[in-house]
Design a protein around this ligand. Structure first.
Ligand code: ARG
Length: 460
């Protein structure tokens, strides 16, 4: 007891910690609007089913609407002692309307309630990710169109490979983000089943109408199994997975911005709005936004892992572990939102530097493949042999310290006598990119077609 030296501490200390570890109000107040929306739908259904009187139903709705207003205007007093958003709202409702408040929780448990609230919140987040990702795709498509003819080195292993167009490079990200959109939409379609009415885990003996509440809350149907309905967090895991993949795409693009904006590359200039200076080195324009986008991917992938690990060994049905589902999702949504917005800003403002890209095509023999292909086409050499001959010519150019296009015809004929004047037509980077007209290839004409296609597919 409190009379012992440690008793006071023992009696109240653990209770304080219990309250602290148990409470979720600090973060689940984020879906208060969804909690109220779900409760109004539940109460209306109970009235329609004759479980609640119309009078109680009306008092509950008016009370909940007032609470919604209080939360919006900031006058609502959240209490940690009341644990979570559900109990905070219900307790305020009983202050406002008395006994009728106690009837709201008929045929419902916090287990189906929290799953419903969270799903409603995730659905809203999916819709806003869809909107902002679409805006980003639009910014990329515009830059792709503007840079359809700008040639740059394409890389493999970050070594010069073949010339590509900047427009084509940017459209590669449009494909990635387009698949992300598809994943978010799949996730939304799969998750849109309503847990409400599953009650604690077994369903209820009250004559409820789960189809009615599901429809009122914009779900496609009620979840089929009450045990699954309260235990399922697949929707959060799937959303986190899709966000992790999407963040990985953002991170790769961000990394390219970091590389491209270095003085050694200088391919792209980011705007002042998306760079920062150094406190000591006056010349610096650091790509901090890009670096942070690159880093946020690690954080979002961490959020996915956190929830996978929480869920992986849980027996059915609800366990309090599942309260740990919310913070990773909120964190990932906030982080991805920043990635999308910052990247859209960087892409919109970016200034390509075609001269620098072109200048760096002088190194690395980017048209060597064009020479090998020409040997196949113009003199009927088998590709393997053409590869070998081209390698010898590249070595010769390397020894002379020039590009293959700067060698003389005599130099090349010393390696392969059948080579003639025509070869020089394929050795420019412009000739190289405009010859790549195979479907999905990098030619400017293809880029313009793909820009039009991307507008139909994603922006129509
Ligand atoms: N705050 C809880 C959560 O976020 C609500 C559900 C509580 N249910 C329970 N049986 N204790 O998961």
């Amino acid at each position: 007891g409190a009379s012992t030296i440690w008793g006071g501490r023992f009696a109240s200390g653990p209770a304080a910690i219990m309250e602290e570890i148990n409470a979720s109000i600090g973060f689940d107040k984020r879906f208060s609007a969804q909690d109220i929306q779900g409760s109004i739908a539940h109460a209306e259904m109970l009235v329609a089913q004759g479980v609640l009187s119309a009078e109680d139903g009306k008092a509950i709705r008016l009370g909940l609407e007032q609470i919604d207003a209080e939360i919006r205007d900031g006058s609502f007093k959240f209490s940690r002692a009341l644990e979570d958003i559900h109990m905070n709202v219900e307790s305020r409702l009983s202050e406002l309307i008395g006994d009728a408040a106690g009837r709201l929780h008929t045929a419902r448990s916090r287990n189906d309630q929290v799953a419903t609230d969270f799903k409603l919140w995730v659905r809203g987040a999916l819709d806003s990710v869809d909107d902002s990702l679409t805006q980003l795709i639009s910014a990329l498509v515009e830059q792709a169109e503007k840079n359809a003819e700008v040639v740059m080195p394409g890389f493999t292993h970050l070594q010069t490979a073949q010339p590509v167009t900047l427009g084509h490079h940017l459209l590669a990200y449009v494909e990635m983000f387009g698949r992300d959109l598809g994943r978010f939409r799949d996730c939304r379609a799969r998750m849109n089943e309503c847990p409400l009415g599953a009650a604690a885990l077994a369903g209820t003996s009250f004559p409820i109408d789960r189809h009615k509440t599901a429809a009122a809350l914009g779900f496609d149907r009620p979840a089929a199994n009450s045990l699954d309905a309260v235990s399922d967090r697949d929707f959060a895991l799937e959303f986190l997975s899709a966000m992790s993949i999407c963040a990985t795409h953002f991170s790769r693009l961000a990394e390219e911005f970091v590389i491209w904006t270095s003085a050694q590359f200088n391919y792209v200039k980011l705007s002042d709005a998306f760079t920062t200076g150094s406190s000591i080195m006056p010349q610096k324009r650091n790509p901090d936004a890009a670096e942070l986008v690159r880093a946020k991917a690690g954080r979002i992938i961490g959020d996915l892992n956190a929830l996978l690990i929480v869920m992986k060994g849980l027996p059915l049905a609800y366990g309090k572990d599942m309260q740990e589902d919310k913070e990773p999702v909120f964190d990932a949504v906030d982080s991805l939102g920043l990635c999308i917005a910052a990247t859209a800003g960087m892409v919109r403002d970016m200034q390509a530097n075609p001269e620098a890209m072109r200048a760096s095509l002088k190194d690395g023999f980017p048209t060597a493949t064009d020479l090998a292909d020409w040997l196949v086409r113009a003199i009927g050499m088998p590709f393997r042999r053409a590869h070998h001959v081209t390698g010898t010519i590249v070595k010769l150019a390397e020894d002379k310290g020039c590009g293959i296009e700067a060698l003389s015809l005599a130099d090349m004929q010393a390696v392969e006598p059948k080579i003639h004047e025509g070869v020089f037509e394929v050795l420019t980077v412009e000739a190289s990119v405009s010859s790549r007209t195979s479907y999905g290839g990098t030619a400017p004409a293809n880029v313009r077609e793909q820009v039009a296609r991307a507008r139909e597919r994603f922006l129509g």
